[in-house]
Design a protein around this ligand. Sequence first.
Ligand SMILES: Cc1ncc(COP(=O)(O)O)c(C=O)c1O
Length: 445
Amino acid sequence: MTAHIKPNAPVLDSYWMPFTANRQFKAAPRLLASAEGMHYTSVDGGRILDGTAGLWCVNAGHGRRQLAAAVERQLTTMDYAPSFQMGHPIAFDFAERLAEIAPGGPDARLDRIFFTGSGSESVDTALKIALAYQRSIGQGTRTRLIGRERGYHGVGFGGISVGGIVNNRRVFPQLPGSDHLRHTHDPARNAFVKGQPEHGAELADDLERLVALHGAETIAACIIEPVAGSTGVLIPPKGYLERLRAICDKHGILLIFDEVITGFGRLGAAFATDYFGVTPDIVTTAKGLTNGAIPMGAVFASRKVHDALMHGPEGQIELFHGYTYSGHPAACAAGIATLDIYRNEGLMTRAAELQEDWHSAIHSLKGLPNVIDIRTIGLIAGIELASRDGAPGARAYDVFVDCFETGLMIRVTGDIIAFSPPLIAEKAHFGEIVSILGDALKRVK
Ligand SMILES: Cc1ncc(COP(=O)(O)O)c(C=O)c1O
């Protein structure tokens, strides 16, 4: 059954959709009505296999009753409470639960946790914490923030300043002084690789170049995604993250990992920090934090960073920053229920068990029309297509529409297809994904 519905212009008019070609969409909309387990159902009854965990967030699969019940319980007990100069136990409880599994391992856990409402807010919060930290240790000249080309750090002004996607930047001004490392995507040397590619660790030395150019005393922090998702699954070359960590240490630069998509089990460990064994100073999260059910983000800071700010008169607010919805009770309830599910079902490490089957299934698409690279890590895959002449992104978009109509949700960015299925996936789902996508690749010219 087709997942398409007929256009219904009056109903669709008012909603100005995010990151969407609104007019194109409203002429041929794709509307989802319900979700359960590994599947969505469209408004006209089409069943769609979720190859992307929604938007990299529904790690425990859809329709989790335990989570819904926890949120309902919280909303009927106390729907909302401010977190400025007062608190509520569930926010503290959730932070303690997160602290137990925080990135960095038992000896170096980043277990001081600031709640936000989204990934973008987590990023801007992390950047502000980095600036406040440097100032608090007498390094107030360090105001420069370093990101990376092809990085995605959400849509706040901080996030787009360190982000490296031109369409997110060209219309909007950025924070002065922000600069970028080169990206690590190198298909000429690293095509069709499972796991971390061999070549490119030396690209971390770009940070040395920026230190030489700007002076270390001007640089507060360097932020990267350990695995970049939104620009098409860019996996760090072996040794790259270690090298970046060493350069940051050498020059007093804080290292921030944006784990909005890699947090909560995506790679087969709770965090990419643990998977790669490289510990930054700050980690940003959102998405899988609440299984996507209630918007929420969390920033994990090291004690070094946190404690540096706990100075001055006790009655002084240490960090002038926060959101109305920081530590929202219903979001905390969703988060605790999500952690329970992850723990009870072993989902934080399930990607490690699935990855061999996942990688073989996805790499079997090699050789299909227009496939020029495939890369996989944990329960993530990127499939890069050759672009049509003069129409970058058009081919992958057609594949996306074809898959949606034949029952598979994929994500495309430019001409790259990204997969990040829920961590409850079974091997049979991988076969289905490959079969539907393979047919689409053969159909789309
Ligand atoms: C690495 C990364 N950082 C930040 C964000 C922004 O998150 P949000 O859309 O919740 O603001 C995203 C979203 O995809 C992301 O992938």
